[in-house]
Design a protein around this ligand. Structure first.
Ligand code: GAL
Length: 684
């Protein structure tokens, strides 16, 4: 199944919301549909939290209401993304089958009365989830309203109970083969942790002191696999009744609870939930990086923003609404970065329940509101953007990310808790974002040959095969930039012996002997007089040059005089190593030097104005102003603005939260996309 089989005919972007009609009397439904039509909504996710309505008692079904709303939606021309309701089992399940409820690491049961109260390894839960999925898929498998299937919601549960322990042991047997191998992989010679029978092995429950990092890592992998198998269980049932339509589940971007590089390929379209934090100006950077991950998860294919907020959420401690205009700009940023659909949580604001203060398309105040009007205006913009549907966002820079490595890197009892994978990811990403250079976030095991530059901001855990691939990539002419604390551990979180980073030493031409978290910031001096003076705030590494050249050295602190940044020609390519947490300006200089050395040219080489985002998608250049101040920007050429149909540029004034989507002519496009075109031709 490839996405979008039936969607392609639509020839427009998807636009919609979660729709929970069961929270409202049926008289409201026709009004809802009229408002959807008015706003240009063409897709709604239905049934995500409807299990108790569909199966009020075990085995007693109540589909009448869903029949009626699906028919109404169909008559109204609104397509349905029909969800299996398995994220929130009804109280009867937990009451009758306590094993279906999860337990935390302290052995405490997490009860019903909220949502997500299921244990992914529970046989009672799996039986019930399969049964409701079966009933739903059988009944609606060929319903004309259904355009897509949505499994569960944000799969991410974890449990430490006995049934999970049993399943964990089975998983470990498959992974390690024998107890001897497990003991070796987990390093159980340490602290007398040797296991003498499988029955002794437990999930990493609360223990008196620091736990075993390899056990913790395996448990995270196991939990991720359990969630994947829950997805497959439901997907396969759906497939039996509806072999045609796409099946997906909504991911949560950089969510630590599941390895999306395993889960995403099992979906027909990558679908993600992203909630900008209007109170945090840096939030849009994480948003952009997350969107670039969505493309990486789907091998560059278009994806869906399946949930976002029209205004405020209610689950942060202080929930600032979106500024007027931000709703559209947030959505356009996702479209620019490859989304073929924009959906909100949710259509009509709930009056009751835990999310009653969460914004929606139709607020409690009704449709005569700023938020509804802005949503409808977005619907209009998305209709104008229909031509971008299905097009790609060519990227010449890859940023490597690996859930295994993230998990392993952030176990407790490490040199410094201040070094965090996501902070490093953003630090290396920011300069690229500010220069309008497209990035795809990919797994270290993916084919890197299509990229001119590969960044590994913090790849703590590095498999031998991936290290070899990186070496080969550089040797074959690629540019590879590695950040601090990369290549430290193997796949069992065991630290490599010898100077670090053991598997990358040859390629990087540098090696280290001690990680040096800093008591206070240290100055970093660049060899090039043009470079800024740098600072390492909390992290340094005691490095020795083994063939590389030092581009910058510490000039104060415990490592004064020693290299902080190195460059090494390798084969027909080159490699850099950054052994410090450099400040923004210094790191930006490093990343942009690597960009230039990789032959990547940006039309915004001087940097973009503050708040402005620039992305090429297909033949269009999206220029988006995320701030409340008007900004001037110079595009590479004039073109037609797809949003207005008017000629615009090359000098543009972007209004506060304003947007221009310029269609570039062939020659302007070639200039702009220099960076992307060269990758495949010149690297190999
Ligand atoms: C998502 C979730 C939705 C809703 C939303 C509120 O994480 O999937 O069901 O709770 O958050 O922002």
């Amino acid at each position: 199944m490839t996405f979008p089989p039936n969607f392609a005919e639509q020839g427009s972007l998807f636009f919609g919301a979660d729709y929970n009609p069961e929270q409202w009397p049926e008289e409201v439904w026709p009004q809802d549909i009229a408002l959807m039509q008015d706003a240009g909504i063409n897709l709604v996710t239905v049934g995500v939290f409807s299990w108790a309505q569909l199966e009020p008692e075990e085995g007693r079904w109540n589909f009448g209401w869903l029949d009626r709303i699906l028919d109404l939606l169909h008559d109204g021309g609104i397509r349905v993304d029909l969800a299996t309701p398995t994220a929130s089992p009804p109280p009867w399940l937990g009451h009758r089958y306590p094993g279906s409820l999860p337990q935390d690491a302290d052995g405490r049961t997490l009860w019903y009365g909220s949502r997500n109260q299921f244990n992914p390894s529970s046989s009672a839960y799996r039986r019930a989830a399969a049964s409701v999925t079966e009933a739903l898929a059988r009944r609606y498998g060929s319903h004309p309203a259904v355009a897509m299937w949505h499994v569960g919601n944000e799969l991410g549960q974890v449990s430490f109970d006995d049934e999970t322990a049993h399943a964990f042991r089975g998983w470990l047997q498959k992974r390690h083969g024998s107890l001897e191998e497990l003991n070796a992989a987990w390093g159980t010679a340490f602290w007398s942790q040797r296991y003498s029978s499988w029955e002794e092995i437990l999930p990493p429950r609360r223990a008196p002191y620091i736990g075993n990092p390899a056990q913790a890592l395996d448990f995270k992998r196991f939990t991720s696999d359990e969630l994947l198998s829950l997805y497959r269980l439901q997907r396969d049932i759906i497939r039996r009744h509806d072999p045609e339509k796409p099946v997906t589940t909504n991911l949560m971007g950089f969510f630590p609870g599941a390895d999306y590089f395993s889960l995403a390929p099992e979906t027909d379209v990558v679908a993600n939930d992203w909630y900008t934090d209007p109170a945090d100006p840096g939030s849009r950077e994480l948003g952009a990086l997350t969107h670039d991950l969505c493309r990486g998860l789907g091998s560059g294919r278009p994806w869906l923003l399946l949930e976002s907020a029209t205004s405020a959420v209610n689950w942060r401690s202080h929930n600032v609404p979106k500024a007027p205009g931000a709703l559209r700009i947030d959505a356009l940023s996702a479209v620019a970065r490859g989304a073929d659909g924009i959906c909100f949580f949710q259509f009509r604001q709930s009056a009751a329940g835990a999310e009653r203060f969460h914004s929606a398309v139709v607020p409690l105040a009704g449709a005569d509101t700023r938020v509804y009007r802005e949503t409808a205006a977005l619907g209009k913009s998305l209709r104008a953007l229909a031509p971008v549907t299905g097009t790609g966002v060519p990227a010449s820079v890859a940023i490597l990310f690996d859930w295994d490595s993230w998990w392993a890197a952030e176990e407790s009892a490490r040199p410094s808790e201040r070094l965090r994978v996501m902070d490093q990811m953003l630090s290396f990403y920011r300069p690229l974002l500010r220069h309008g250079i497209a990035v795809e976030v990919v797994h270290p095991g993916s084919d890197l040959s299509r990229f001119a530059l590969v960044l590994a901001p913090n790849l703590f855990l590095l498999r031998a095969a991936h290290a070899e691939a990186l070496e080969e990539y550089a040797a074959a002419g690629g540019a590879f930039l590695a950040g601090p604390f990369t290549g430290v551990a193997d796949e069992n979180a065991r630290l490599a012996t010898g100077r670090f980073p053991a598997l990358l030493r040859r390629c990087l031409g540098v090696s280290g002997e001690e990680w040096v978290p800093l008591a206070k910031p240290a100055a970093v001096a660049f060899a090039s007089p043009a470079a800024p003076a740098g600072t390492a705030y909390f992290w340094a590494e005691d490095l020795r040059l083994d063939g590389a050249r030092a581009l910058a050295c510490f000039s104060s602190g415990p490592l004064a005089g020693k290299p902080a940044l190195t460059h090494h020609p390798y084969g027909s390519g080159q490699a850099w190593y950054v052994g410090a947490d450099l400040d923004d300006a210094a790191l930006s200089a490093v990343v942009m030097d690597a960009v230039a050395a990789a032959g990547i040219t940006s039309v915004f080489s001087g940097g973009l104005p503050d708040d402005v985002e620039a992305v090429h998608r297909g033949q269009w250049l999206f220029l988006l102003n995320h701030g409340g101040v008007r900004r001037s920007v110079r595009a590479p050429a004039a073109g037609t603005d797809l949003l207005t149909g008017h000629r615009a540029g090359p000098d543009l004034e972007l209004e506060p939260y304003g947007a221009v989507v310029l269609e570039l002519s062939g020659s302007a496009r070639n200039n702009v996309n220099d960076e992307t075109i060269r990758t495949t031709h010149e690297i190999h």
